[in-house]
Ligand binder design. Structure first.
Ligand SMILES: NC(=O)c1ccc[n+]([C@@H]2O[C@H](COP(=O)([O-])OP(=O)(O)OC[C@H]3O[C@@H](n4cnc5c(N)ncnc54)[C@H](OP(=O)(O)O)[C@@H]3O)[C@@H](O)[C@H]2O)c1
Length: 270
């Protein structure tokens, strides 16, 4: 085993969207050593080939974050190739946005919670002993604005991302003594394949205004900055912080407004 002199980063959900863009930025522009995890291994392989062709180092590892055996294998493969793990970017996840009673109990509820929160917890747990031994590390957890403000049809997604937030906050206070940083990222809408998997069908046509829509590259840039300068919590784009505070200060008004602008037109107007 040779120990990498470069920063070693595990990225889960690296086969598309935010994870893929982050891998390109870290692996090609900043020359980090990468371990790329997701289920679609052919996509990971193509991305790893692209990074290596540009002079970087990337190891693709087929991983389903809902399978403990896959997570264990991911961590072992990372250590076998690079000898250390500096950053874990827990990014894998998906959302199914429907009324609760319409969600499939297994595909939409069990699996969503397993991928979005248990995947984050179990991958962190598997990596942590090495970071503790190293006395350094950085865990970056992908939450969402939906982990700060809950909206209709996002019940399970929000539950999973609120849980990511709780986990992130508690973990920071467990491992900071060993120089292990813990960051939560809370983005609003990002233009990725994510939306194709949500199953969203809206009558009102309400969605994130174009001006507030982020790109996967915006998020990749944010992750790079977070690695360089660890922070507790990053909310993007910044106007979402206003939404967050408004929801805390005026919950009744937010309930009323969402019910009248969204729930009633969507559920009652046939
Ligand atoms: N797009 C948005 O508007 C938005 C906003 C806020 C937060 N987020 C969060 O950002 C993260 C990345 O989403 P994205 O926008 O980049 O969407 P995306 O393009 O659909 O990417 C999702 C990634 O997660 C992986 N994934 C899903 N289930 C997995 C599992 N069981 N095991 C391993 N990997 C799994 C997918 O890979 P495979 O299918 O190949 O396994 C894919 O690489 C998610 O956690 C999402 O909740 C997204």
């Amino acid at each position: 085993m040779t120990v990498s002199e470069k920063t070693v980063v595990i990225i889960t959900g690296a086969s598309s969207g935010i994870g893929e863009a982050t891998a390109r930025l870290l692996g090609i522009t900043h020359n980090y050593s990468l371990v790329l995890a997701a289920r679609r291994v052919e996509r990971l392989q193509a991305l790893a080939d692209e990074i290596e062709a540009a002079g970087g180092q990337a190891l693709p590892v087929a991983t389903d974050v809902t399978h403990l055996g896959d997570i264990q294998h991911l961590v072992e493969a990372a250590l076998a190739r690079f000898g250390r793990i500096d950053v874990l970017f827990n990014n894998a996840g998906f959302g199914r946005m429907k009324w609760l009673e319409e969600l499939d109990p297994v595909r939409d509820i069990d699996l969503q919670l397993k991928a979005n929160i248990l995947g984050v917890i179990q991958t962190t747990r598997a990596v942590l002993p090495h970071m503790i031994q190293q006395r350094s590390g950085h865990i970056i957890n992908m939450a969402s604005v939906a982990g700060l403000v809950a909206t209709p049809t996002y019940s399970i997604y929000s539950a999973s991302k609120f849980a990511v937030r709780g986990f992130t906050e508690a973990l920071r206070r467990e491992v900071g003594i060993w120089n292990i940083r813990v960051t939560g990222i809370y983005p609003g809408g990002v233009a990725t394949e994510f939306v194709e998997h949500t199953g969203v069908k809206r009558k009102t046509g309400l969605s994130t205004p174009k001006l507030l829509k982020l790109t996967a590259e915006d998020l990749a840039g944010a992750v790079f900055k977070i690695i360089q300068n660890p922070r507790r919590m990053v909310v993007l784009p910044w106007p979402m912080k206003v939404t967050y505070w408004f929801n805390i200060l005026f919950p009744g008004l937010v309930d009323w407004s969402i019910e009248h602008r969204f729930t009633i037109p969507e559920r009652l107007n046939k």
